[in-house]
Every structure is written in C-alpha cells, then in structure tokens.
Write a protein that binds this ligand. Structure first.
Ligand code: PXP
Length: 250
C-alpha cells in the first residue's frame, strides 16, 4: 500500500501517535477490544501523520497480528518500535514498515526507560541499520540528548534519531528548563550533521509546547497521554488538540 508521508501540518512537525496502550486495555481482559488498529485509523483521520507501535519481546500489548493488520490497513506511515534482536529484525524485514525505531528493552520495566546505548551497541546495530536501510526502511535510534549518542548514531549511519523526553517530562522548574536546553542542543547537533530529529516520551498537553518549539524537530511520538485523554474527550479530539498545541508552538 502507498502511504502518504505528510509534511506535518503547516509547521513541518509531524505527530506520530503511539497506540500501544489501546492494546494494553484490550489485553487486560484478554478480549478482542478495544482494537488498536481501529484507534490507529481514527488517529490518522484526526490528523496523526503516522502511527507508532512497539512490538515488545513479551508481547504485553501490541501483538504480531496487530503489526500485520497495521501494515495492511494503515494509510499513514507505520513506525515499528522494537528491540535490537534478531527476531524483531526479521519481523521488520518481513513487514517493511516506513520506519524501524530501535529502543532498549528490559522485561521488568513498565515502559521504555532510558535511551539506547548506541555507542555501546555499535556492533549489534551496525548490520541491522545497514540492512534495514538497504530495504528502504528508515532507521531511528531512541537516544538520550547527549553528544556521544549522536556521534554514535552518525558512525552507524542512522538517518533518524528520536530524543528521549522522559526526563524533561518528569522534571519541573529550573531543572526542566535545563533539560529542555539539552534537548535543543542535541537537536541542533544532530540536524547540523544531517540526521533527522524526532522526540518523544511522557509528552502531554501541558508540556508538549516547550519541545515542539525546538526548530530542528520534525516529529513527536506521543501515546500514553493521548490514549488516557481519549477516555474523557474521545481519541479524535485528543489528537486534534495535541496537533493544535504543536502547531501553535512553532
Ligand atoms: N517514543 C518512544 C521511543 C517510546 O518508547 C514511547 C513509549 O512507548 C513513546 C515515544 C511515547 O511515549 P508516551 O507513551 O509516554 O507518550
């Protein structure tokens, strides 16, 4: 299926909606609903420029069947979030998503904690980045806003990085402002070296605008808050409001 890579609104900042937690609610009861694919289609209809889904090793939320259905039914690009394992690499090569985003993964964590050690994992990542790239899948590395990780991404030839905004989201006051500066510096360094820069984790209506204002950013990936807010206002409204706040911040 041809998927349209949207420019990301007037401001050139795409919104990727992560639908993992629709699957979390489904799996809590072992029933067939709510359906994350239906949520993905609804999010795209409401203005999401792409959909992100994390196929975890333990399949705690998104399943292999969800990835197959997303691959078949989505009209916007799919960003497959995954650990750097042989199993996930094979799945990405089979489904050929628009993008494959490598994240660190620990079984016991509640969500992705910390960025990928792109430097330490160079030898594991290098062949995967090269082969996915040759298959025209855009590889993204989820990293902390640190120069050494960006340098490692450059050595790997990764076309995209996603900066981890989890710390920014947890902090307040001066500490948050300082973390925002680190994110802005990292975005500038990566963009200057030709890497496309995305960001995500822990973003909400209240904290998104500081990040969205960083001019080098091309995409934000947001999930947990949007799915939670959908309980109160509906998923379409939740996505539309996020899109408006992002556009207003540029
Ligand atoms: N980006 C990455 C790499 C993630 O692991 C996650 C969480 O799955 C997100 C973005 C979205 O984070 P949140 O669900 O907190 O919005």
């Amino acid at each position: 299926m041809t998927r349209d890579l949207r420019p990301g609104g007037k401001a050139g900042l795409r919104l990727g909606v992560n639908i993992d937690h629709v699957a979390t609610v489904r799996n809590a009861r072992g029933a067939g609903y709510p359906d994350p694919v239906r949520a993905a289609l609804m999010a795209a209809e409401a203005g999401a420029d792409g959909i992100t889904a994390h196929l975890r090793e333990d399949r705690r939320h998104i399943t292999d069947d969800d990835i197959a259905r997303l691959s078949a039914e989505l009209t916007v690009p799919l960003n497959l979030e995954m650990a750097a394992t042989d199993e996930m690499f094979a799945i990405a090569m089979r489904h050929r998503p628009h993008a494959a985003m490598f994240v660190p993964e620990k079984r016991e964590e509640r969500t992705t904690e910390g960025g990928l050690d792109a430097a330490g994992l160079h030898n594991v990542l290098a062949p995967m980045v090269a082969e996915l790239g040759a298959a025209r899948i855009r590889v993204s590395l989820f990293v902390e806003p640190e120069a050494r990780q960006i340098e490692a991404a450059l050595r790997l030839g990764a076309p995209v990085i996603e900066l981890h905004t989890g710390r920014y989201a947890e902090l307040a006051g001066d500490a948050r402002a300082e973390e925002l500066r680190r994110l802005a510096d990292a975005a500038a360094l990566a963009a200057k070296n030709g890497i496309e820069v995305h960001a995500g984790h822990g973003l909400t209506f209240d904290n998104v605008q500081g990040v969205a204002a960083i001019p080098q950013l091309r995409e934000l990936n947001i999930g947990h808050f949007l799915v939670g807010e959908a309980l109160f206002v509906g998923l379409g409204e939740s996505v539309r409001r996020m899109r408006e706040l992002m556009d207003a911040a540029r």
